[in-house]
Design a protein around this ligand. Structure first.
Ligand code: SAH
Ligand code: SF4
Ligand code: F3S
Length: 557
């Protein structure tokens, strides 16, 4: 398969985005403009606490951007804020318990600062549970479903002439899924476009950006709350996504991650267009779907990859050097997408493809609608097309009725596939999901033991996968500096994971100007390296010298 001829878009030198929180981000360029700026002291300072997945992080960037555009200032902590926005995750009970457990602290903060307001949004807010929310979250003043997030500014009375982004005439909507009234993300598509054009997205990084392409989930996983929290799939228009990617490239972003609960279902709900007549993919598993003449993820990936910096060769290099996408679902991992991954130089050599279980009978109970044979066939196809691609997955242990044999099938799958990374969790029953009709009959201690055992098996596999990098050179996008002697617990865990209790020593007494830096390789491996802090935001070649199950350490070449 020969690479397609790609159109070339010219860019000037990238301007580096002003990092969030830098004073330059707020200061007017011309002092005379100061008097036209809104009275920030009269407006609440805000803090957004984000739990859950990347989609929530992206949604929080939009909410924070809208608040900033309405004249509010970002507070450095929850304690210092007048307005706390909690963007919740409902995927497991533990995620919700974290927020419930903070109600006392929030109540005390409100007593100390009577003007303080708390807004709770995200996946924990559903029409079906609205009545009980005030009891579960007594410190919260206002609840917004995910589809109501664009109304935050209006509902807080912050919309004004100075805040055109908050004054959008948008109404949230619901729709029915299996008889339940759920969020409908249709208008989020419009709201996103307005937030982007209005500059109301407060990106958390000046190096890597999230780019939502599809909202909601149409799948049938019986254990999962997401379709009930987020509603059906709604794709953003193709050209809007490409325009946002182009703007990110022009702002100097090196890495873009296309986001959605199911990115590879992108486009099925968009209108057919003559320019996409060559798209003919039909699903081979899952609910039947005719995608004729509609854009798909393969087309989108190629269009973003085709945003190029011109070179003499007439082909140029991708302006966004690293393109990723999460999360993929086995239903829609088409040959077209695999070809696009293989042919587009910007697409990173890493694929996250959740499997959930290694047993066909479990997959049937989970409503996943594919078999392990189908899943393995797709992995073989992508490994053939992209040799060396890093693979990761999600697994649930102890789902309803899971027998020792079914669990053993999952362990066997991990041993067969040899994933680079596995995200695993014990099953947690979620209210209103189809699985509540099945008995949650695997005892908690068995779920937990299976989880710990599985993670133990994967630790060995992860170490083996990472050891294969010893002596090789990885291209690492350096995205953070670890402050000296301020290693957080997580960093220590990472270092220990990297087999580097010696790691601390490796980064102690670094010469002036050299920092302990962290970054990701194209294969999504976490890499520790000593490098000049001025390299932050650049891609560096790192010779890998140490490997642990969860991270690598190397030397700058
Ligand atoms: N749309 C993505 C991600 C969904 S949420 C996908 O389909 O893969 C991320 C992960 O959370 C899921 O892959 C699943 O492994 C896990 N998860 C979802 N519901 C769960 C539940 N009720 N209990 C435990 N884990 C769950
Ligand atoms: Fe949940 Fe399944 Fe949708 Fe993923 S695909 S969000 S696991 S329902
Ligand atoms: Fe959690 Fe909602 Fe994401 S339930 S994982 S925040 S889509």
């Amino acid at each position: 398969m020969s690479p397609r001829q790609l159109p070339v878009v010219e860019f000037g030198a990238p301007v580096s985005a002003v990092p969030r929180g830098s004073p330059a981000a707020d200061a007017p360029g011309d002092a005379r403009l100061a008097e036209f700026r809104p009275e920030t002291r009269a407006l609440p300072s805000f803090f957004v606490w984000t739990l859950g997945c990347q989609m929530n992080r992206s949604d929080s960037e939009e909410m924070a951007g809208r608040l900033l555009a309405s004249g509010c200032a970002e507070a450095p902590s929850m304690e210092a804020a007048d307005l706390v926005v909690i963007n919740t995750c409902a995927i497991r009970e533990a995620a919700e318990a974290k927020v419930i457990g903070r109600q006392g602290v929030l109540a005390r903060l409100k007593t100390a600062n009577p003007g303080m307001r708390v807004v709770l949004t995200g996946c924990s807010v559903r029409t079906s549970n609205r009545a009980g929310l005030a009891k579960r979250y007594p410190a919260v003043d206002m609840f917004l479903r995910p589809d109501e997030e664009p109304e935050l500014i209006d509902r807080l009375g912050l919309a004004s002439a100075q805040a055109p982004v908050g004054a959008l005439a948008m109404t949230a909507a619901t729709t029915l899924v299996k008889g339940a009234e759920v969020s409908d993300a249709s208008h989020l598509v419009r709201a996103r476009a307005d937030a982007v054009t209005g500059g109301a997205v407060l990106r958390g990084s000046a190096i890597s950006a999230w780019l939502p392409i599809i909202y909601g989930c149409d799948k049938t996983c019986t254990y999962c709350i997401v379709p009930f929290s987020r509603g059906p799939e709604r794709s953003r228009p193709f050209d809007e996504i490409v325009a946002e990617a182009r703007a990110l490239a022009a702002a100097g972003y090196r890495e873009v991650t296309l986001l959605g609960q199911n990115v590879n279902s992108y486009g099925h709900d968009l209108a057919p267009e003559p320019r996409f007549t060559h798209v003919q993919t039909q699903r081979t598993v899952g609910r039947a779907q005719d995608r004729t003449a509609r854009p798909d993820l393969a087309e989108l990936v190629r269009a973003v990859d085709a945003i190029r910096i011109a070179r003499d060769d007439g082909v140029g290099v991708p302006a966004i050097t690293r393109l990723r996408f999460v999360t993929s679902h086995p239903w829609d991992l088409s040959d077209r997408l695999i070809e696009a991954i293989a042919e587009c130089p910007s697409v990173c050599e890493a694929l996250h493809l959740p499997v959930q279980s290694g047993s066909d009978s479990m997959l049937r109970r989970m409503g996943r609608q594919y078999t392990i044979d189908h899943y393995l066939e797709r992995l073989a196809r992508i490994r053939e097309a992209v040799p060396g691609i890093a693979l990761s997955t999600d697994v649930i242990t102890g789902f309803c009725g899971e027998t020792d044999e079914e669990y053993a099938d999952t362990i066997r799958l991990l041993e067969t596939v040899r994933y680079d990374q596995v995200f695993a969790a014990a099953y947690s029953e979620r209210p209103g999901t189809p699985a509540t009709h099945l008995a949650d009959d695997v005892p908690a201690d068995v779920k937990k033991r299976r989880l710990v055992d599985l993670l133990g098996v994967q630790e060995g596999i992860g170490l083996e996968r990472n050891c294969a990098w010893l002596g090789r050179t990885a291209s690492v996008l350096l995205d953070s500096v670890v402050p000296p002697r301020a290693h957080s617990h997580d960093d220590e865990a990472d270092e220990e994971a990297a087999g580097t209790s010696a790691s601390r020593d490796a980064f102690a007494n670094l010469p002036h100007g050299i920092a302990h830096m962290l970054g990701r390789s194209r294969e999504n491996k976490l890499v520790h390296v000593a490098a000049p802090a001025t390299l932050l935001g650049t891609e560096a070649d790192v010779l890998i010298e140490h490997a642990g199950p969860y991270a690598l350490r190397g030397r700058l070449i």
